[in-house]
Design a protein around this ligand. Structure first.
Ligand code: PRP
Ligand code: URA
Length: 206
């Protein structure tokens, strides 16, 4: 499985602000939105293109558009924090939603919502800021595959080695793009050093 750490000075600076415990929800959301835009550049690098004719004020020439459908699927809730940034870069993308939360005791993902586009042919970008045990991402991708979606890639902000291993074991065909690969999980399943509970920090619910 391919893991790409999207390494860029602006991303490093913004993620540092997000890690800081006293950063406000407003600043946290803003940095997440900006990182999503920057990361989309890399996640979309090898999207298929088709040629189109374009008339400039001077002459006709050949231009390009992304071929086929792009689906963006945030894992609720925290995945919503990445959605707007991706859509700013890929405005024609269709959006599906998967609702999962981690049971606090077992750390296993519990499904509560799924709404996906009807068309299944295209490239799917699953987004969630945190890849911790990997249970949520692996379950979401299994749900997508079971419903016929193919050509899936996963985009997150912070990944733990444990989550990367689960993705590699369960979905070796799905490339993972992350802004940071952190050290480990703690005994509560939180990423260390991480940034805490992403959903709570985005939505101000802690
Ligand atoms: C967080 C995060 C991921 C999941 C990662 O969601 O947004 O979905 O935990 O952990 P895992 O890799 O161990 O499964 P959470 O369950 O806190 O729900 P929320 O997005 O509603 O806050
Ligand atoms: N989910 C989060 O939001 N943060 C973590 O560190 C782990 C799972």
């Amino acid at each position: 499985m391919q893991v790409t750490v999207v390494d860029h000075p602006l991303i490093k600076q913004k993620i540092t602000k997000m890690r800081a415990e006293h950063t406000s929800s407003r600043d946290f959301r803003e940095c997440l939105d900006e990182i999503a835009m920057l990361m989309t550049y890399e996640v979309a690098r090898n999207l298929p293109l088709q040629e189109v004719e374009v008339a400039t004020p001077v002459a006709k020439t050949t231009g390009y558009k992304v071929a086929g459908d792009i689906f963006v699927v945030p894992i609720l809730r925290a995945g919503l924090g990445l959605l707007t940034g991706v859509l700013k870069m890929i405005p024609d993308a269709r959006v599906g939603f998967i609702g999962l939360y981690r049971d606090e005791e077992t750390l296993k993902p519990i499904e509560y919502y799924c709404k996906l586009p009807d068309n299944k042919d295209g490239v799917t970008i699953v987004v969630d800021p945190m890849l911790a045990t990997g249970g949520s991402a692996a379950a979401a991708i299994s749900m997508l595959k079971a419903r016929g979606l193919k050509n899936i890639r996963f985009m997150c902000l912070v990944a733990a080695p444990e989550g990367v291993k689960v993705m590699n074991d369960e979905h070796p065909d799905v490339p993972v793009y992350t802004a940071a690969l952190d050290e480990k999980l703690n005994e509560h399943g939180y990423i260390v050093p991480g940034l805490g509970d992403a959903g709570d920090r985005i939505f101000g619910t802690h």
